[in-house]
Design a protein around this ligand. Sequence first.
Ligand code: CMC
Length: 431
Amino acid sequence: MSEKKFELTCLETGKKSTAEVRSGTLGPSVLSIASLPKEHGLFAFDPGFMATASCESKITFIDGEAGVLLYRGIPIEQLAEKSSFLEVAYLLVNGELPTAEQLAEFTHAIQYHTMINESLLRFFNGFQYNAHPMAMLSGVVASLAAFYHDSMDINNPRHREIFAHRIIAKIPTIAAAAYKHALGQPFIYPRNDLDYCANLLHMFFAVPCEPYEVDPVSAQALDLLFILHADHEQNASTSTVRLAGSTGANPYAAISAGISALWGPAHGGANEAVLAMLEQIGTVENVPKFIARAKDRNDPFRLMGFGHRVYKNYDPRATIIRAMCHKVLAKLGKSDNPLFELALRLEEIALKDEYFVERRLYPNVDFYSGIIYSAIGIPQSMFTVMFAIARTVGWVAHWQEMISDPTMKIGRPRQLYTGPTQRDYVEIDKR
Ligand code: CMC
């Protein structure tokens, strides 16, 4: 929807042009600048996308000032309280909440695809026992493309749907295989009588020689964390999936690119970094020393799990996870958790500090999630993998939205070139 126009005038030449302002249903409007190069010979310069909307989307909305997050219009708080991860997956991918029948069909479709090809399982033997699970995850997910030649026509809606079911179903199985490989334990096959998160915990923690009962409190906690991590509009990994997918690359390659982007500590890798940081801080007495380091421009140390490009208020996901920590730790009989106590104290001290107040730096989703992962037995090295499993749903939704848009173009940013001007090649003996 276009409501007003902007006039752009070159103050040097006096040349004028108009740019359309487009408004969405919520949030700031955008200035459409696609005609700038043609009309003024200029490109927009916006490193880090500080002021650029990269696409139009109907999936997720964030109001960073108010601390609001909506999936397909529904507040995250309501979904966290009332929904389940697979229902949220259906909502994000299909746009509406499912009926009971649609949810049963979707759940069945996911469960039908949980196994991975046996030869894919053998890929893990090629990795060192100490390979980071994110490296294994991105490699093996990209390799899925080698197994499904008959259903990878990205222009065929049914093929896209089968891909969506396959990747959502198989990513926990691949993650569990990576975990078992690191431990040197036998791989545990998926169990389709269990729900999504209970099956994941079973594949992680069961061993073939004795029965293993999944703890329902842990499965429920994981399901809630997965709901909170399922999507977050055009973040770095989702934008990576869109960019890779915009070339027409197969969707497994695009998801694998997203997994690699998520791994960085400024993004999904922060959950692993938060626990490492809390362990490094050790006790409450050390907090001021680390706060001082975070404020020191000459020290690369940052308070991990703090700050966000979009939220300039408490991340609503962090509010939910902090409350959840109290409940889950109590239910698991682990209320006396020194790292959680330390995190609460760190938050309290930071939020009163002028540096954090001025810059509007609040705890983000990663600040407390590791406490829960640890409490349910997930090791630190697997935290970002957990994030990737949940975010796969968002990546799929965004890839689908982009590919089914007939106006889609390859993503191809431009640059401000500051290298040497044209010069001649110099023979090696004359240099
Ligand atoms: N600790 C100390 N100072 C910080 C922090 C922090 N965690 N985050 C931002 N700042 C400072 C930064 O130094 C800068 O100060 P100044 O204006 O004096 O130069 C100011 O706050 C603005 O920061 P920025 O780096 O320009 O902001 P950004 O929007 O480019 O970066 C961020 C956002 C999330 C990368 C950053 O806040 C950060 O590195 N946080 C720690 C890592 C983290 O928790 N990442 C998870 C993000 S949420 C989940 C996800 O996306 O996966």
